[in-house]
Design a protein around this ligand. Structure first.
Ligand code: ADP
Length: 268
């Protein structure tokens, strides 16, 4: 176990995460050396769970922000708010994480407004500072602070990809769906459905994922597989659960839907 893993915290509530490579080790090294980390990969393949797992293992508080296209730098750093007639400064989640020496996870960072990168740059080089323009404060990040961001290279359009000047400030690790047997174990553990009943679902997900790029923008995620297995585990018919969790969320196009249903017939 690496130095910074506290055995007491490790034994306590650590969210379940099944590694698919050496990503846990990489995270610990990055954390120990104050290096920011970029997680690349499709939606629902375990990135958020991984960060929650590592933060708990390291005994480090975690602030997670799901980025969206209206998210501005001020949403992350903070703003002046009126409170009982007074104007008071309220820290945003990034500022809180820097002050506390916590891990800050910005999920789908490329979705955020462009001004967000301006606040991330001084935090992701050896200065490790967060300048708060509005208050004039410059906060130096303590050693426990770590910035983790994720993005999905699959569905970004060219305007929304990360600029080299930003991405080259991060160590990066690629995520993908786990190998079938591992994914069946994850789905079983998360849903309570016996692993032998999860295997055909994983096989089906693999067949549907093969259509990605031709007919589908995104394949079935591990998250959707977990949903599907959860429905089956709670008594729903398999065909109905597959339709609700693995077909309908993928497409609105009637022809593609038909093609997906054919894949089910062939695979199961
Ligand atoms: P992402 O952040 O990549 O969109 P999540 O981390 O939210 O995806 O994963 C979605 C769900 O899939 C999780 O809630 C968990 O149930 C399951 N999952 C995916 N990969 C793993 C894994 N390696 N270990 C444990 N659970 C996983």
């Amino acid at each position: 176990m690496p130095d910074s893993l506290n055995p007491e915290i490790f034994a306590a509530e650590v969210p379940y995460y099944e590694p698919t490579g050496d990503e846990c080790d990489l995270f610990v090294h990055a954390y120990n050396h104050n290096l920011p980390l970029l997680l690349k990969g499709p939606t629902g393949c375990g990135k958020t769970r991984f960060v929650a797992h590592m933060a708990a293992k390291l005994g480090c508080p975690l602030h997670t922000v799901s980025c969206h296209d209206d998210l501005t730098a001020a949403d992350l750093t903070g703003r002046y708010l009126l409170k009982g007639g007074d104007t008071v400064w309220v820290d945003g989640p990034l500022t809180r994480a820097v002050r506390e020496g916590a891990i800050c996870y910005l999920d789908e960072v490329v979705e955020a407004r462009k001004d967000v990168t301006v606040v991330l740059h001084p935090l992701t080089d050896d200065r490790r500072v967060l300048p708060l323009e509005r208050t004039g404060e410059i906060i130096v990040a303590p050693p426990g602070f770590m910035l983790v961001v994720s993005y999905n290279p699959g569905y970004q359009n060219i305007l929304k990809s990360l600029k080299p000047s930003t991405r080259q400030r991060f160590l990066a690790v690629e995520f993908d769906f786990p190998p079938p047997e591992r994914e069946a174990e994850i789905v079983s553990r998360e849903s309570g459905l016996p692993v032998e009943r999860c295997r055909p679902l994983v096989r089906l997900a693999g067949a549907l994922r093969d259509l990605k790029g031709q007919d589908l923008e995104e394949g079935v995620s591990t998250r959707l597989l977990v949903y599907c297995a959860t429905l089956i585990s709670s008594g729903m018919r398999m065909e109905r659960a597959i339709l609700a969790a693995m077909i309908e969320p993928l497409t609105d196009d009637p022809d593609i839907r038909k093609a997906l249903l054919r894949v089910i017939d062939i695979t199961l």
